[in-house]
Design a protein around this ligand. Structure first.
Ligand code: AMP
Length: 218
């Protein structure tokens, strides 16, 4: 299974990518998670990426393309992968295509997650994240058992800098300008599956499983 999850920030791609990766034993490659890890470890790459991320802007293509290529070469991708948050520009999509072609591989599907703009803003502004294990919660829709504490690892939850109002606006603008053209790009290549992602996590997961079932490793 080699799939891309496409969609604006806050549509639930990451949550669904976690579940699909666990269910089908494929790797989840989230460029956002990889970059946040680099920021936490204060690597050169992380220090370079931090400013872009805090403002809600895209990290330069060369940086993320390098990260993804490295991950694709890893044995954990042997069964396949779910790419979450990559590609985000046409150049990234082209480079992904080339990297796969060099291994005589292609993408199976690109799932386009769709949620109203109003819902996206509500989901992002109420999101709280665990800085340690990356689990996410929501102040209204997915409360942790103890307020402000991660259910999985007991860390205090935080609001990501880029989940604040001004950064959300920038991220949505960046999505419209730089990432939305990928809908057309993948539709032209007959890879796109639209996905209504406005339902509950379970309902979306059921629909997603149907769309992806032809590609699972048996
Ligand atoms: P995410 O967790 O996917 O919303 O990503 C958080 C932030 O990481 C984004 O707002 C960007 O600053 C950066 N980022 C993640 N993926 C990419 C990508 N494919 N290209 C450029 N920047 C990215």
């Amino acid at each position: 299974m080699r799939v891309v999850f496409l969609g604006a920030p806050g549509v639930g791609k990451g949550t669904q990518a976690d579940r699909i990766a666990a269910q089908y034993q494929v790797a989840k490659i989230s460029t956002g998670d990889l970059l946040r890890e680099a920021v936490r470890s204060q690597t050169t790459l992380g220090l370079e990426a931090k400013n872009y991320m805090d403002q809600g802007k895209l990290v330069p293509d060369a940086v993320v393309i390098g990260l993804v290529k490295e991950k694709l070469a890893h044995p954990s991708c042997a069964n396949g992968f779910v790419l979450d948050g990559f590609p985000r520009t046409v150049l990234q999509a082209e480079e992904l295509g080339k990297a796969l072609a060099s291994k005589t591989m292609t993408l199976d599907r690109v799932v386009n997650f769709q949620v109203s703009r109003e819902d996206v803003v509500r989901r992002l502004s109420g999101r709280r994240s665990c800085p340690k294990c990356q689990a996410t919660f929501h102040v209204d829709f997915a409360k942790p058992m103890v307020e402000g504490i991660c259910d999985r690892c007991g860390e205090p939850l935080v609001q990501r800098n880029d989940d604040r109002r001004d950064a959300i606006e920038t991220r949505l603008k960046v999505y419209d300008e730089q990432t939305a053209p990928l809908v057309r790009y993948y539709d032209d290549r007959r890879l796109l599956s639209p996905m209504d992602a406005s339902g509950t996590v379970d309902v979306v997961f059921q629909h997603l499983s149907k769309v992806l079932s032809p590609y699972r490793v048996t």
